[in-house]
Design a protein around this ligand. Structure first.
Ligand SMILES: NC(=O)c1ccc[n+]([C@@H]2O[C@H](COP(=O)([O-])OP(=O)(O)OC[C@H]3O[C@@H](n4cnc5c(N)ncnc54)[C@H](O)[C@@H]3O)[C@@H](O)[C@H]2O)c1
Length: 297
């Protein structure tokens, strides 16, 4: 990996942004983590501190946790995030918000820097189109929880140079992730093109009363060897994040298999967003332990 690529800016301090920042810091990079408020970034860094302490205690990370955390600088002023080698955008899955970030990154990043998005579904070309240098834009799509998952998609557009794609691939590998090369910039890439239709179908099965949330999860765990069922995964990912991903995929493809089910929309409207709100498809206590299935809205 070129030395410049060890200087990283992560934009978005939510579930994914903090995980990506953690992995980059564990890989020895200097990381600036940008969030919308001081509180958000500080709580993201506190979560990273807890996570690296656990990894260290389990013997899965040799370096002292404090040394890893010390490589991460909290940021709330994007204009101060100049001079890095790799910029990774991981804000909410909304085209206009991501385009706004890409416009600002294009203005402040060095000409040699990579500008990547962790979008789940939005074609990278739509983000690259608002920049003056689409050739250095690409997708780096991680999965949750980022510090534990050993894979990431690397997505190229028609404009991405071979050099940018190779650098993005090397970067992902340096973070300990097996890169999956996505050669066509299609909405949803590979992970979500394969995975989300199954999630939609699972919600529709609950809507039609075919089986319970718990039984469908059990079916997918025991029958197909998945570590988590679709509802357990959705609670971890965030129902809002899944909903926005489906809205974007449906809008991009027009394909009804990606239309967000009404039951999911009602969950969002009720504020039941999964683990982060203590209730989604399941209910959780204050310690985050699952109590059982939540009533459906
Ligand atoms: N959750 C997952 O499992 C998962 C997996 C892969 C990719 N992704 C993608 O990662 C990205 C972030 O998802 P997440 O799960 O971290 O969500 P999250 O809700 O935890 O974090 C979203 C972040 O976006 C920020 N944000 C919201 N509105 C903003 C605005 N107007 N301007 C700037 N920042 C704004 C929030 O402050 C927050 O830091 C999304 O594109 C999502 O599709 C999520």
């Amino acid at each position: 990996m070129p030395v410049a690529d060890t200087d990283v800016v992560v934009i978005g301090a939510g579930l994914m942004g903090h995980g990506i920042a953690q992995c980059a810091a564990q890989a020895g990079c200097r990381v600036r983590l940008w969030g919308t408020s001081r509180d958000e970034v500080e709580s993201a860094i506190a979560r990273i501190g807890t996570s690296v302490a656990k990894l260290h205690a389990k013997g899965r990370m040799a370096e002292p946790p404090a040394a890893v955390v010390a490589r991460i600088e909290p940021m709330t002023d994007l204009e101060r995030c100049t001079g890095a080698g790799v910029y990774i955008e991981s804000v909410v899955e909304k085209l206009d918000v991501k385009q706004q970030i890409f416009r600002r990154l294009d203005a402040l990043a060095p000409a040699s820097a990579l500008i990547a998005s962790n979008t789940s579904t939005i074609p990278i070309a739509r983000l690259a189109a608002v920049t003056r240098h689409p050739d250095r834009c690409l997708g780096m799509h991680f999965t949750s929880p980022v510090p534990l998952m050993p894979v990431a998609e690397v997505i190229r557009t028609a404009a991405t140079t071979d050099d940018a794609f190779a650098r993005g691939t090397a970067f992902v590998r340096a973070l300990g992730k097996e890169p999956i090369a996505v050669q066509k910039d299609i909405p949803g890439f590979v992970f979500n093109r394969v995975n989300l239709p199954g999630t939609v179908e699972a919600i529709r099965l609950v809507e039609m009363g075919a089986a319970s949330v718990e039984d469908i999860d059990k079916a997918m765990r025991l029958g197909f060897g998945r570590p988590m069922g679709p509802f357990e995964t959705a609670d971890m990912v965030g129902l809002d994040t899944g909903y926005y991903a489906l809205c974007s995929l449906h809008a991009e493809t027009g394909d009804d298999k990606f239309r967000p089910p009404d039951l999911l929309r009602r969950q969002i409207e009720a504020g039941h967003l999964g683990r982060k709100t203590g209730r989604g498809w399941y209910e959780y206590d204050a310690a985050g332990e699952r109590r059982g299935m939540a009533p459906l809205p």
